[in-house]
Design a protein around this ligand. Structure first.
Ligand code: ATP
Length: 367
């Protein structure tokens, strides 16, 4: 186990900066998820940690060891890729044993370790098969077994579940998480899937356009996003974003198309520089309810706006009410099956302690 420290990492491909001034410490034994849209620099970051790529600027440390220019073989890391990358001409046993043979382990130690890894991944009964005789999920288990068999200091995973079908992905998500908790190996896991990030990571590092935007435990990133990008990238259905102006007619308020939301006085200090200005208001669908239909639990301060039911999305366990407020469509998530008629006038109750206000220009969170 080892702490991984990235200090001022920049990676250029020609003139293009794929990663810009990245500073991040992954703690000893931590499961850190690098999350972001396609092309944001996640894989490039992982490849620099592995040694497959060298940074244009900055340093990478494993504990006290500066590994910035060390080749992958000298870093004691293992990688698991999206494409399982298991060798088709080798039996499962030999696939898992391969990194141990490269390191010239004695044969009895190889047997012991392969058995240990195969048991952990529940593939003991597949050791005599060829990869062609395995399902995608089983092949990915072989790839994970091969990665952990050397007991790496750092385990690097690049979208390892994205080739699996949805059901298997959910099952493997839990298994990889449990395995990592058991082994306590420092793990860096790349994904663009926010649900994977939320459910697996001890912390999530959100990247966009080569920059690290926010890093924190899943609930913190979800409930206290520091920017419009993080707020809208995480959460499904997405956070509602409404244009509004901060006003002071009858106390502090947010006024937008079809709504006025009166704000508690303790918001004033944070909004002082924005009075009279346009901002973006963010509210997650589950931080609102429809009055008379459902109630918000553990909520102390609320505001109310009026709307009309535009569309109902019945998800089985939940209902998403699309409400028209002025020209805005606001999504409200209600527990259970709520068959509200389209066109019905409703009162939407908002949890004021869970609203977000973003600066219109910088898109940074004010509240
Ligand atoms: P994805 O999820 O699609 O893999 P990502 O977040 O992992 O995306 P990277 O693979 O790190 O993104 O790529 C970041 C950017 O750097 C992309 O715009 C990509 O085209 C560019 N890039 C990556 N590798 C190279 C390279 N060897 N030469 C030139 N540009 C590259």
């Amino acid at each position: 186990m080892v702490e991984v420290k990235l200090e001022g990492i920049t990676k250029r491909f020609g003139d293009f900066e794929a990663v810009k001034d990245l500073n991040l410490t992954i703690k000893d034994g931590e499961f850190l998820v690098l999350l972001g849209p396609s092309g944001c620099g996640k894989t490039t970051t992982l490849r620099m940690i592995s040694g497959l790529e060298t940074p244009s600027e900055g340093r990478i440390y494993f504990g006290d060891r500066d590994v910035t220019y060390l080749p992958p073989k000298d870093r004691n890391i293992s990688m698991v890729f999206q494409s399982y990358a298991v060798w088709p001409h080798m039996k499962v046993f030999d696939n898992i044993a391969f990194p141990l043979r490269v390191k010239k382990y004695p044969e009895d130690e190889i047997k012991r370790r392969v058995k240990w890894a195969a048991e952990l991944l529940q593939i003991e009964n597949l050791l005599d098969r060829y990869p062609g005789q395995l399902s995608g999920g089983q092949r990915q288990r072989v790839a994970v077994a091969r990665a952990i068999v050397v007991e790496p200091d750092v385990l690097l995973m690049d979208e390892p579940l994205s080739n699996l079908d949805a059901k298997l992905r959910v099952a493997m998500r839990a298994e990889i998480k449990k395995l990592q908790t058991k082994l306590k190996v420092t793990t860096i896991y790349v994904t663009h899937d926010q649900v994977e990030a939320m459910t697996m990571g001890d912390r999530i590092a959100v990247m966009n356009r080569g920059r690290l935007l926010q890093v924190g435990p899943p609930t913190e990133v979800y409930l206290k996003p520091n920017s419009l990008f993080v707020a809208t990238f995480i959460g499904a259905p997405e956070m509602n974003i409404l244009s509004a102006t901060v006003t002071e007619k009858e106390g502090l308020a947010l006024e937008g198309d079809g709504f006025t939301i009166h704000l508690p006085e303790d918001f004033r200090e944070l909004l002082l520089d924005h009075i009279g200005k346009d901002v973006l208001l963010g509210i997650r669908p589950e931080h609102m309810t429809v009055k008379g239909v459902s109630t918000l639990e553990h909520v102390t301060r609320t505001a109310e706006i009026e709307g009309t039911v535009d569309f109902i999305e019945a998800l089985g366990t939940d209902t998403i009410v699309h409400a028209k407020v002025g020209e805005n469509i606001i999504k409200v998530k209600l527990p259970g099956h709520i068959p509200l008629p389209v066109g019905e006038k409703i009162k939407i109750e908002i949890d004021l302690d869970n609203i977000h206000i973003f600066d219109r220009d910088t898109e940074k969170a004010i509240i």
